[in-house]
Design a protein around this ligand. Structure first.
Ligand code: GDP
Ligand code: MG
Length: 309
């Protein structure tokens, strides 16, 4: 299964029902008065945060979301019923963007926002009757519902993000710190999807740790990367491979430039020397660790728990 954290969807409110053109017809009143009713309002499209959902994958194949139209008015002064709202369920942590600007954020289950209003119902000819105008043929059609392309972005509640170049030991570090069982592989770009593991703090609260791959070896962001998941992190663990012969300062700078646009303000960046069983940690490292021997892992975990508690 793959992880989707950004989709573009089309939303459209229901059309308003048309106003009706009608005259009363009864056996003994050949020239009955106007009795066309009004159209109903179109339904709104609503987004609702639903804790059953964990990502935006269903929207890859469900792109168009249109609410029900209002019913047309009818003779005998009957007004059309309003269209039902369309409730579109999204995972908590979904941000809504329109034209590149955030218009809503749905954090808690049950949070609801309208994203496309239904059209106003039309007006039937009955409404145009007056003392001077007894047989109006005027009606107003229902209005179109509002329509828009919107972008949904999901942000996981990531407390600790692990970043670094491909093959720098990010996944191995995640597994060592949290007991997660994500795939560690001796080649770059095993996946561009985040891997997650839990870390329990001193109060028994679980914090989410995420391995965020997605940078290419040159530090640029790969297509489909989920690096935006960085944005809610309180601590960023920056993996620096001790066994890599390339200049460590230069490698750090490359990764920092690659994630700069997502780096949360006020987040604590910690440089973690990895694979220290193979070579001594570079001087830039705040911690020297080895996922292989377990060196430094407990000390780093203790520090993380202290910061998060
Ligand atoms: N010797 C040693 N190898 C490691 C260590 N951590 C990771 N590796 C190896 O380095 C390679 C890349 O690790 P991985 O965690 O998949 O890197 P990622 O691409 O940053 O997620 C794999 O072959 C791992 O077995 C370590 O602490 N010591
Ligand atoms: Mg990996």
């Amino acid at each position: 299964m793959s992880f989707t954290d950004r989709v573009k969807i089309h939303v459209q409110g229901g059309r308003g029902g048309h106003g009706c053109l009608s005259f009363r017809r009864e056996a003994h009143t050949p020239k009955g008065g106007p009795d066309g009713g009004n159209g109903g309002r179109g339904g709104d499209v609503l987004l609702i945060a639903d804790e059953q959902l964990t990502d935006l994958t269903p929207f890859r194949t469900r792109v168009h979301h249109k609410a029900q139209a209002g019913a047309a008015g009818e003779g005998r002064n009957r007004h059309g019923r309003n269209g039902d709202a369309l409730e579109v369920h999204v995972p908590p942590g979904t941000r809504v963007l329109r034209d590149g600007h955030e218009v809503a954020m749905l954090m808690e289950p049950g949070d609801t926002v309208p994203v496309a209003r239904g059209g106003i119902g039309g007006v039937g000819n009955r409404a145009f009757r007056s003392s001077t105008h007894r047989a109006p043929r005027t009606t107003i059609p229902g209005e179109d519902g509002e329509e828009a392309w919107i972008t949904l972005e999901m942000r996981l509640p990531v407390a600790v993000a692990i970043i670094g170049l491909p093959n720098s030991g990010k996944t191995a570090l995640l597994n060592a710190l949290t007991g997660a069982n994500a795939t560690v592989a001796p080649y770059p770009h095993t996946t561009d999807e985040p891997a997650l593991g839990p870390l329990e703090d001193a109060f028994g609260v679980i914090h989410l740790v995420a391995d965020l791959p997605g940078l290419a070896a040159d530090g640029t962001e790969r297509r489909g990367a989920a690096l935006g998941q960085l944005e809610r992190a309180a601590v960023v663990l920056h993996c620096l491979d001790a066994s890599d012969p390339e200049d460590p300062a230069e490698r750090l700078a490359r990764v920092r430039a690659g994630v700069a646009r997502y780096m949360p303000e006020g987040a604590r960046e910690v440089v973690v020397g990895t694979k220290c069983d193979l070579a001594p940690a570079p001087p830039q490292a705040d911690f020297a660790t080895s996922a292989e021997t377990g060196e430094g892992i407990a000390a780093l975990r203790d520090e993380l728990i202290r910061w998060l508690s």
